[in-house]
Design a protein. Structure first.
Length: 323
């Protein structure tokens, strides 16, 4: 591969997602100018918090050379648990803590299946996706639970509250999660080990890295981030529903790939993931404002994912041919 090509792909990995976002914003602005109104952009960022927080955890899973298809089901399960516990009189913050503990338990199961039983991450998390979805279905009795105003006062703080009366809570939560994720990825031994495992697991083992421990922690962190996303989504809708997270993993994975994280592992882009999450949310919200149905919104997100995968594939082909 020529030096010019290497520079192009390096630049694309850093700002490719941002360039796509700019193009999409311009297109929407031409079609429907109200989409770029300040209040609408704020709403987009608030909605991006749900996808973005889950995608932050997914970045570590993909960077480690793995995958997690179960996060949508974890979102659904968390939603059902929160709604059920709160409407039964449990303190809201305690209910949220219980839900996060359950989410962490789901991540632990994923991690153990992958490390102890040596099941490929794709297969393991596909199986637990079905298992966690089934658990949410059974727990909720297949019925959505509405959290009425009698119970959701504290929960609403997470969806419509403002810090210091100015900054929306979801946006602050999103930024805090990404700052933490960036610090973990860039400046801690945990992040270094995750990248080493994703680059070459065998080499990581020979250097003394406790691969199994790190991988389990990665999937626990991914599940907890999905749990946090589930909390925000439940707060936004004031509803616990066993279908709330259906297809959610597609949005998170798309955001990570658009952000420049390598599917082959070993290289992540935390801030790129944030941009990818905003892009995915903006695409869906823009289509919704244009009157496009949910089915076509999913098709649009799928098309964006295919585009990102195609770009990644072209890059890999050029790299191999350049050797």
């Amino acid at each position: 591969m020529s030096k010019a090509a290497k520079k192009f792909w390096l630049l694309w990995d850093k700002i490719g997602g941002l360039l796509i976002l700019v193009v999409v914003v311009i297109i929407y602005a031409v079609l429907y100018p109200k989409i770029i109104a300040p209040e609408q952009l704020t709403t987009t960022l608030m909605r991006s918090a749900i996808t973005g927080i889950a995608a932050a955890g997914m970045t570590f899973a993909i960077c480690s050379g793995g995958f997690d298809l179960s996060i949508g089901s974890i979102v659904s399960l968390v939603s059902c648990i929160i709604a059920s516990l709160i409407t039964k009189g449990m303190n809201t913050w305690l209910a949220l803590l219980v839900a996060l503990v359950v989410a962490a338990g789901c991540g632990l199961i994923n991690g153990l299946l992958i490390t102890i039983l040596k099941i490929p991450a794709f297969v393991a998390t596909l199986a637990t996706q079905l298992s966690f979805a089934g658990a949410a279905y059974v727990y909720s009795g297949s019925k959505a639970v509405q959290i009425t105003s009698k119970y959701n006062k504290d929960l609403k703080i997470l969806s419509t509250g403002k810090i210091f009366g100015v900054f929306p809570t979801p946006i602050i939560a999103l930024l805090l999660v990404f700052v933490l994720a960036y610090i973990l990825y860039k400046y801690t031994s945990f992040g270094t080990k995750v990248r080493a495992i994703g680059s070459n697991e065998l080499a990581a083992r020979t250097t003394g890295i406790k691969v199994n421990k790190i991988v389990v922690l990665v999937y626990v962190a991914t599940a907890v981030s999905a749990g946090l996303a589930g909390i925000l989504n439940t707060a936004r809708l004031s509803t616990g529903d066993n279908t709330l997270g259906n297809g959610f993993e597609l949005d998170a994975i798309t955001a990570v790939i658009l952000g420049g994280t390598s599917l082959s592992g070993g290289k992540g882009n935390i801030w790129g993931t944030l941009i990818g999450a905003v892009l995915v949310t903006f695409v869906k919200m823009g289509l919704n404002m244009l009157g496009v149905g949910e089915a076509f919104q999913k098709l649009a997100v799928s098309a964006v994912l295919i585009f990102a995968l195609s770009i990644n594939g072209i890059k890999l082909i050029m790299q191999k041919e350049g050797k």
